[in-house]
Design a protein around this ligand. Sequence first.
Ligand SMILES: Cc1ncc(COP(=O)(O)O)c(C=O)c1O
Length: 431
Amino acid sequence: MNTLYARDEAAIAGIEKLRFFPLEVVSGHGCTLVTPDGRELLDLSATWTASGLGHGHPAVVEAVSRAVRSAPGSGGLSAVHPDSVGLAEDLLDLVPGSGERRVYLGHAGSDANDVALRACRHATGRRTVLAFEHSYHGGVGVAMGVSGVHVDAGVAPDPDAVFLPYPNPFRPASGDVAADVAACLKLADHHLATGAIACLIVEPILSDGGLVVPPDGFLAELHALCRRHAVPMICDEVKMGLGRPGTLHAFEHDGVVPDIVTFGKVLGGGLPLSAAVGPAGLLDKPAASALLTTAGNPICTAAGRAVLATITGEQLPERAAKVGAVLQDALRAVDAEQVGDVRGRGLAIGLELVDPATGEPDSRLAAQVSYRAWELGAVVYYVGGNVLEITPPLVLSEDEAHRAAEIIGAAIADAAAGKVDAEEVARYAGW
Ligand SMILES: Cc1ncc(COP(=O)(O)O)c(C=O)c1O
């Protein structure tokens, strides 16, 4: 059968695929994805949060159409343009910080993190990066080498990376999360005190590592340690930032002001766009050392400005907090002994699937639930082996939130009852 999916299998490199079921899409609107045969799916991933405003948001359509019609070229490398400068100014307004600051504009969360990490190494003259186990910061360069998820998958870590354990309130390593936090901070302090650390990079909510929400105050204590040792902290808001956690920035929850903040995904409204915001002393030098020809191009930056204006103008963080609470409540009401935990902030929600007999993670079930949810009409993936990552567009309505919980509940019941074809699911390797 020459379906779109079969043609993809024959034409597109496997190296760039992460598949959970044979999803084919030809269009989308709001929180809905449309398949070639006209089937409508409720999108509970938002393209791993990149389609955070929903599909075909009019503000993005308008901005991109305007930019395409009038775009005078393609990059910010050797010319300036009102939308690239304007986007940088918008970000400086929206990201707290003091002193002289700059914005790096790039294409993906990966290059924003990579550039931020390299800039810290250059400015401090030190090499070691403190990062976290099971973290994800990108698929290229240093950002890849300090990503715990890649290391878990067998990729060689950056030779100068040191990984700290991320405290997990649902599965505390020592049996007591407060003790885990104390141990992590002690280890961080030990490394920071060596004077060899270029920077620390952290996700405010560990996302690909299993949607782990750290205990309140963890980020603040980590940041205080970094300050004490004069080591810059990079807060990676690529996946969780810009409204999703119910605040504009995820780090606001702990009241910290990180030294460098990186953005991606939702920032481009579906187009490739990322940013790193931080001190001029870190991001200005060495000159011409992070050159991507089309970075800061007029089309993506026009989209970025529209996205930021929509998130703030339509109070999407407040909306994510409200609808996220409805969705989390509805998920907690799912009556299934396979649901070990429902956690999250706003519309960043993790549902952990476990073996009811042992309480251990059940990754096989997660793969089957994800597949069954697709059959029942929703797109939801899993992270950390066994955690459904529920990150719908920020424009999700309360009705859609209830429908999402119904589909997920039914998918769990069906998978647990053995109604999912395990052989068929196995064709999609997932992570
Ligand atoms: C927290 C975080 N940082 C960085 C990235 C990399 O972003 P991109 O895939 O756009 O390069 C991701 C991607 O999943 C992410 O989740």
